[in-house]
Design a protein around this ligand. Structure first.
Ligand code: AMP
Length: 394
């Protein structure tokens, strides 16, 4: 069901509570990547421009319901203010009386930011009292935190029971693009999903759900071993349980999407950066070697499939991309996805976003999802509680 959007809602003169995901990477008190703050700007600017009084809230890190000085949103507020080109008041809190005082003192078009929501134990517990407190700060609630939509917390679910609740522009875009990418029809086909990552257990639900929706799935990452075993080959030194192999076999035999597995792989005797790399054919992985990347013939084959796609969904690296010797497969796939200018390309998952980011290819991708866990759950076909809690579109 489509959700009501902020675009269809008149907020003039209203106080709006906006849930964003400002859980940005930080090192030694400095923000190392402000993309998540930038991603929320369209919604915040639209609200400010419409004359709303904008109360912003976000979680940051895992303070576990207590105040941790290093997890205050002070740096985030400064950066947000710079990017908005407008002051952002400190709304304090997140509980207590200060937020309401600051909110009621805002003029039309002004912004305030609450302190880290997870300083309050009621946030992650989806506590009714804290939900009520958040709702009492505003006339309407906007959720633009796609990255937190898979969590049923007070600021993503509880608060929506008490206020008109609508999707922000980022939330709307995430849902629209991810949703559309998973429907193979005349306008989107061929839809090719590329799925990698560390373990088959983490991705089997994604594979299973996608196999119902897309035309082709290209398989990489740590789960390749399970697929080799399912095919009757050696999976090398990795532990492949009967359950993993059965899951892989189930997908290959399902007759759903065409699941393509590597024809060759890069292996090494140890799980370490400097372990000597060897290229092996699909059927000849030695029992004492670990599969750590897809091989060059596979990278070429996958790139060809990618270049013919009209829609591309990529979640999970093809190999241990953090180590140079095992990064070539992920890099080849990233370049092929970026080079296909005819396709709508969608990237989900933190590692995958990191790969395209480090190669400077973000601008050549249609959409890099801001939600790691949330995009994964979306691709698994799960209902995201933070989305379900929003009002349905009229
Ligand atoms: P995920 O978050 O599930 O997408 O997994 C990302 C992680 O998977 C990265 O840290 C990669 O290093 C890891 N990974 C990818 N391929 C392999 C592999 N063949 N063996 C072990 N880990 C892998």
């Amino acid at each position: 069901m489509k959700k009501r959007s902020i675009r269809e809602t008149d907020v003039t003169g209203m106080t709006v509570l906006v849930r964003v995901d400002f859980n940005v990477p930080m090192r030694n008190g400095t923000i190392t990547d402000d993309s998540r703050i930038r991603a929320a700007l369209p919604t915040l600017q639209m609200l400010g421009g419409s004359g709303a009084k904008v109360v912003i809230c976000s979680h940051f890190g895992r303070p576990g319901g207590q105040v941790i000085e290093e997890m205050r949103l002070t740096m985030v507020r400064t950066r947000l203010s710079e990017l908005l080109g407008a002051p952002v008041r400190d709304a304090g809190g997140p509980s207590g009386e200060t937020p309401a005082q600051v909110a009621s003192a805002l003029s039309a078009g002004e912004f305030a930011l609450l302190e880290n929501l997870r300083f309050e134990p009621g946030e992650e517990a989806n506590d009714a009292e804290f939900s009520n407190h958040l709702a009492s700060l505003a006339d309407i609630y906007v959720n633009d935190a796609f990255g937190a939509a898979h969590r049923a917390h007070a600021s993503t679910v509880g608060v929506a029971e008490h206020l008109p609740a609508v999707a922000g522009l980022l939330m709307e875009r995430e849902l629209e693009i991810l949703g559309k990418a998973m429907i193979a029809d005349a306008s989107t086909s061929p839809v090719v999903a590329i799925v990698g990552g560390a373990k088959v257990v983490d991705k089997i639900q994604v594979l299973w759900h996608l196999s119902e929706k897309v035309d082709t799935i290209l398989i990489g990452g740590g789960m390749v071993a399970a697929f080799f075993v399912a095919k009757g080959h050696s999976g090398g030194a990795a532990l492949v349980t009967d359950e993993d192999a059965a899951a892989a076999n189930g997908l290959l035999e399902s007759g759903r999407a065409d699941a393509i597995i590597p024809v060759d792989v890069i292996t090494a005797p140890d799980f370490s950066e400097r372990s000597p790399a060897t290229t092996c054919e699909q059927s000849s992985v030695p029992n004492n070697q670990l599969i750590l990347d897809i091989g060059p013939a596979t990278a070429k084959k996958y790139s060809e499939v990618i270049s013919a796609a009209k829609t591309l969904i990529w979640n999970g690296p093809m190999g241990v991309f953090e180590w140079q010797a095992f990064a070539a497969g992920s890099e080849a796939v990233a370049r092929a996805v970026a080079a296909n200018k005819m396709a709508t390309s969608v990237i989900g998952g933190g590692s995958t976003a990191e790969i395209v980011g480090s190669l400077g290819l973000v601008d050549q991708i249609t959409h890099v999802s801001t939600g790691g866990g949330a995009s994964l759950e979306f691709l698994e076909g799960k209902i995201l509680p933070g989305v379900a809690a929003l009002d349905d579109a009229p």
